[in-house]
Design a protein around this ligand. Structure first.
Ligand SMILES: NC(=O)C1=CN([C@@H]2O[C@H](COP(=O)(O)OP(=O)(O)OC[C@H]3O[C@@H](n4cnc5c(N)ncnc54)[C@H](OP(=O)(O)O)[C@@H]3O)[C@@H](O)[C@H]2O)C=CC1
Ligand SMILES: Nc1nc(=O)c2c([nH]1)NC[C@@H]1CN(c3ccc(C(=O)N[C@@H](CCC(=O)O)C(=O)O)cc3)C=[N+]21
Length: 273
């Protein structure tokens, strides 16, 4: 089995971004209204990576009890600020706040994590738009490791707005034959074992075992589930699947680092337009 690491690709993307950032002085604003530890970890890692490539990063902390109106007004204000090039709304959100509705307040030109409904619509229509960084990272990893997509059977597990749905569109654009699974899918293993390329973004540790994977399949594990020991594990049962799969992304060190690097790349692109 081949291990499809994301670390080298992420480093190469960051180098590219660093070179472009010098001339453009990009600024990214991350709006946070949560106390979720995993989410806050991601925000800190974005801020650190941004600093490393010369992108200014403002973390706008609204607190876990922020009212939806406050979040929307903050996003609208940042969208109207000519000094800010990228705007991202971190999830999860306080109860009663809808990420989909609030993201409509982000100017699509600054929507570097592809969260606004207009961005997803443009993506689906085949028009230029920022894709969510995670969905873009899956495509970038497949390309980096030379995985052919045209004409191949791709199965995506998960239909969220951040990962599954945009990813299905990106894979379709690359001429894969795409099936999307979710929690109501009957006999998940029967569907996933048809995949030549299997992408898993369910957020369920160990969901995918040997019986879910066709021999030789390329498996991309998007899941990041905290473990009891303070570590991180994917949605794929590594020990079970490794002998069956042809290639597999590690967690950590797979999709995650590429996601962060591409968010920064989207930000320099937004600053250069
Ligand atoms: N590495 C990275 O850069 C990123 C990693 N992630 C990780 O990816 C995972 C998914 O994230 P996200 O899309 O935001 O999560 P969501 O919880 O929004 O969506 C999960 C999706 O998986 C489906 N699902 C859940 N359980 C099952 C099951 N047993 N069988 C089949 N489908 C199932 C759900 O189905 P239904 O719609 O029916 O509920 C849903 O569509 C998480 O672990 C998250 O931490 C997320 C973003 C970035
Ligand atoms: N609007 C929005 N967009 C997101 O993209 C988004 C989000 N909300 N909410 C939370 C999830 C989670 N997420 C991760 C990104 C990178 C790593 C990552 O780089 N992880 C490292 C390791 C971390 C460790 O070892 O603890 C790795 O996989 O190698 C993890 C998780 C993005 N998310």
């Amino acid at each position: 089995m081949r291990t499809l690491s994301g670390k080298e690709l992420a480093a190469a993307v960051r180098e590219r971004v660093r070179a472009e950032a010098a001339a453009r002085q990009p600024r990214l604003a991350v709006v946070v209204a949560t106390a979720d530890e995993a989410s806050l970890w991601y925000v800190r890692s974005i801020a650190k990576a941004a600093a490393g490539v010369g992108i200014a990063c403002d973390v706008v902390e609204l607190g876990p009890h922020a009212a939806p109106e406050t979040i929307a007004a903050t996003l609208a204000g940042l969208s109207a600020d000519p000094g800010v090039h990228g705007v991202m709304l971190q999830t999860p959100l306080p109860p009663g706040a809808s990420a989909q509705e609030l993201a409509a307040a982000i100017d699509p030109a600054k929507d570097v994590d592809g969260a606004a409904p207009l961005s997803l619509g443009r993506l689906a229509a085949g028009l230029p738009a920022f894709a969510p960084a995670t969905a873009a990272a899956v495509l970038a990893l497949l390309d980096h490791h030379g995985v052919e997509l045209a004409g191949r059977r791709a199965v995506v597990v998960g239909r969220s707005t951040v990962v599954g749905k945009p990813l299905a569109h990106l894979l379709l654009d690359r001429h894969a034959t795409v099936t999307v699974c979710h929690s109501r899918t009957r006999d998940l293993a029967a569907v996933t074992s048809q995949a030549e390329v299997l992408v898993v973004a369910a957020g369920r540790a160990g969901l995918i075992g040997a019986g879910h994977v066709a021999p030789g399949a390329v498996v991309i594990d998007v899941g990041t589930n905290p473990t009891a020991g303070g570590g991180l594990t994917g949605d794929v049962d590594l020990a079970a699947v490794a002998p069956v799969a042809g290639a597999l992304t590690p967690v950590p060190g797979g999709v995650g680092p590429v996601t962060t690097a591409l968010l920064l790349e989207h930000t320099v692109r937004a600053a250069g337009a």
